[in-house]
Structure formats: structure tokens, C-alpha cells
Design a binder for this molecule. Structure first.
Ligand code: PHB
Length: 394
């Protein structure tokens, strides 16, 4: 036998072991779909960095198996492209798990694929409640708009605020935020005086600012996907004089994600949000996470909510691999993490067995300077918040 032929056969046999999930050592691939280019490229970077921190801390093997993450770039909300990339990961890369997904439409698009291939999909971000209802293979480690908004609306009502305008991006999570806010705030005695829905791709917010002024509200509740969108909206709020006019600014913490705070500057000061993670969350585990991140990447400037979505998502995937002994069985893998609880850099987490979404502490925060840097400083904590939007209206 020639050396080349023998190597080719060995290669093929080895390849078989990799995909068959045999008792021997295998490589289990996890496909991660996220923006790595374009305006939301920071998201992919935060996912990848957090996964690398997790693997540096926990190793790259589970039992006999090596866990390898494979990344695909999806620069925007594009469900057809999301489906094509995910299919390629399943068919060509033979991934055993799918993960990532920043935008709701991109996560929703893979439901038929994960059902058919019996593959778990661990969502690191996409935050519309209905997603996990579309397939029993979804597990989510981020947050939902309902989860952040219910405690925020209750808090605002308790502060004596009576009239609010909601301003949201006109798609899944925005509509969830608007619905959750209106229902909760009005139940608690407030009035939503206008509901503004802005196209997902808006970048000129001046007309919306005029509408907010005209509504005569004391405060706004705003949701847009974190990134250039939130940055432009928050700057516009300040530049168009709404901040100076004393209108108070509230929303889920997407609007004050840490990497954007230096660019927002004074416009960020005083914005009050509810969210699942602040970079300055005071816990030993968060300090260890930040220290490892700094050691590996030189700074913690990119660390934000998408970092912990991926870090905890990697943890869930590792547990699924462990619980199934490395065998490819999506139904069993998902079943095995229902009810799982663990400590995260953001606080305690539990996977709700019904919604397959994390129950977690939601923090009330205000942007303030800390050691010369703007941060989301936690002011109150609301423990054990579920996804209030799961099966609402069903
Ligand atoms: C979503 O599309 O679900 C989404 C995107 C960005 C966010 C939050 C939710 O910051």
C-alpha cells in the first residue's frame, strides 16, 4: 500500500469516528451563526471571545470528546441567509449543535432545520419570547423583552411617572417590548400616550424625537437592537433637546451596552435601564471572568451582555455533551438541561423546563462614571424573573 493511499484511508476512518459519535475520542462541532462583519460585527467578536474564555477555563474536551466551535458570518437580519448558513453547518460541517443568533428573524428561520436534524439550538441573544415556542430544540441563555420590561414598567409606575411614550424597532422584540410595557405600566396606573414603531433600519431619528416631544410625556421607554442603532437613537435624544427638556429615558439595557458608552458620553448619563448583565456586576465570578478576558484579549472594553449570553450558552452546550455521553441526540440533550441551575458572571440562572429560557435576576441600573469610565451601575435587583412573554395570549 502506498503511503498516500494509507493516509487517505486512515483519514477516512478517522473522519467516520468524528461523525459517528463512537465510544472513542471524537470531535463534536458547534456551529455559531452571528454577525462578524458590518455594523453589528462587535456581536460576533463578543461571542467568540466569551467562548474562548470558557474553553480556556474549562478545557476543550468533555469526556473523551473535543469540542470545536465553527463560526459563520451573518452580518444582518436575513432569515434566508441564516437558514442557508445553518444548513451548511449541519450538512457540510456535520455540527452536532447550533448556537449564536443575534437577530430574532435569524433564530426563527432555523426551527424546521433543528426539528428535522434533531439538533439543539442554543440562542445566545435573539430575544422575542415566541422563538422557543417554535421548536422544542431551542434553549435560550440571553433574556427576553418581557423579562426586562415587566420589572422596569413596575418600577417606573412606583416612581410616580404617569405618562410615557414607547419607541421601539418595528419587529419581534420591539413589539414584545411595547406590548409588555403598555400592559404592565397601565395595570399599575400609568398611561402610554403614544406608541412609536420605527423601521429596523432607521438611522435618522429626528422625526421620532419631534413626535416624542409633541406627545407631552414625562418619560420614554425605548428598545432598539444594541449597536449603531441604539447609539444613534440615544445621541439623537440628547442632540434634539429631549434630555435638556427633562424627559426621562428608560429602556432595556440594550440601549446602554458597555462598548458604546464611550461614544455616547454625556448623552448616556442618567439613562435608567433594566437588564441581566452589567460589566461592573459585583461578584467573585464576574471578577474572575473579567480577569481571564483581560489576560486573553488585553482589555475588557468589549465585554457586554452578548458576552455572557455566549459564555453561559457554551456552558449549557458542554453540559448537554456531558449528559448525552457525546452521542448525537438533540431531544435527549435538551431534555437533560431542563431545570438546570448554575452560577454565571451575571448571577444565578435556571433553565425553565417549560419555556427552555433562563430564569434570572434582572437589575435596575443607571449610567454613571466608575473609575473614569461610564458603566451601568446596579441600583436594585429583581430575583427569579421568568420570561413573562412565554405563551402570552395562547
Ligand atoms: C433580537 O433581534 O431579538 C435582538 C437584537 C438585538 C438586541 C436584542 C434583541 O439587542
Amino acid at each position: 500500500m502506498t503511503r498516500t493511499l494509507r493516509n487517505a484511508l486512515l483519514g477516512a476512518a478517522f473522519g467516520l469516528a468524528l461523525t459517528a459519535g463512537s465510544a472513542g475520542a471524537a470531535t463534536i462541532k458547534v456551529g455559531v451563526v452571528a454577525p462578524f462583519s458590518g455594523p453589528f460585527a462587535l456581536v460576533g467578536k463578543t461571542f467568540k471571545e466569551a467562548i474562548e474564555v470558557y474553553q480556556a477555563e474549562h478545557g476543550k474536551t468533555v469526556g473523551n470528546d473535543t469540542v470545536e466551535f465553527v463560526y459563520k458570518d451573518l452580518d444582518q437580519a436575513n432569515p434566508a441567509q441564516s437558514k442557508a448558513l445553518s444548513q451548511e453547518l449541519i450538512v457540510k460541517e456535520k455540527v452536532g449543535y447550533l448556537a449564536g443568533y443575534f437577530f430574532t428573524p435569524d433564530a426563527l428561520a432555523v426551527a424546521p432545520l433543528i426539528d428535522e436534524a434533531n439538533i439543539p439550538c442554543v440562542i445566545f441573544n435573539a430575544a422575542t419570547s415566541a422563538i422557543t415556542e417554535k421548536s422544542p430544540r431551542y434553549v435560550r441563555t440571553s433574556f427576553t423583552l418581557w423579562q426586562n420590561t415587566v420589572p422596569l414598567a413596575e418600577y417606573m409606575a412606583k416612581q410616580g411617572i404617569k405618562k410615557v411614550v414607547t419607541a421601539v424597532s418595528d419587529y419581534g422584540p420591539g413589539i414584545d417590548g411595547e406590548t409588555a410595557f403598555k400592559a404592565t405600566f397601565e395595570k399599575n396606573g400609568g398611561t402610554v400616550v403614544d406608541t412609536i414603531r420605527m423601521p429596523l433600519k432607521s438611522n435618522d431619528f429626528a422625526p421620532f424625537m419631534q413626535r416624542i416631544k409633541d406627545a407631552g410625556a414625562e418619560a420614554i421607554y425605548a428598545f432598539l437592537p444594541a449597536g449603531p442603532t441604539t447609539l444613534a437613537f440615544a445621541k439623537s435624544f440628547s442632540d434634539n433637546g429631549l434630555k435638556a427638556a427633562g424627559i426621562k429615558f428608560f429602556g432595556p439595557g440594550d440601549i446602554t451596552q458597555e462598548p458604546d458608552l464611550p461614544a455616547l458620553g454625556d448623552a448616556a448619563l442618567g439613562i435608567t435601564t433594566t437588564f441581566n448583565y452589567s460589566r461592573v456586576h459585583d461578584s467573585a465570578m464576574n471578577k474572575a471572568f473579567l480577569a481571564k478576558h483581560k489576560e486573553m484579549f488585553g482589555s475588557t472594553d468589549t465585554v457586554t451582555f452578548t458576552s455572557v449570553g455566549a459564555y453561559d450558552g457554551a456552558h449549557v452546550i458542554y453540559q448537554m455533551i456531558k449528559n448525552t455521553g457525546g452521542k448525537s441526540d438533540g431531544a435527549k440533550a435538551v431534555e437533560s438541561v431542563k431545570g438546570m441551575s448554575w452560577e454565571s458572571p451575571r448571577g444565578p440562572l435556571t433553565i425553565d423546563p417549560n419555556s427552555r429560557h433562563v430564569t434570572q435576576t434582572i437589575y435596575l441600573r443607571t449610567v454613571e462614571p466608575v473609575d473614569g469610565k461610564l458603566e451601568n451601575v446596579e441600583k436594585a435587583a429583581f430575583a427569579n424573573q421568568p420570561d413573562y412573554g412565554y405563551k402570552v395570549g395562547k
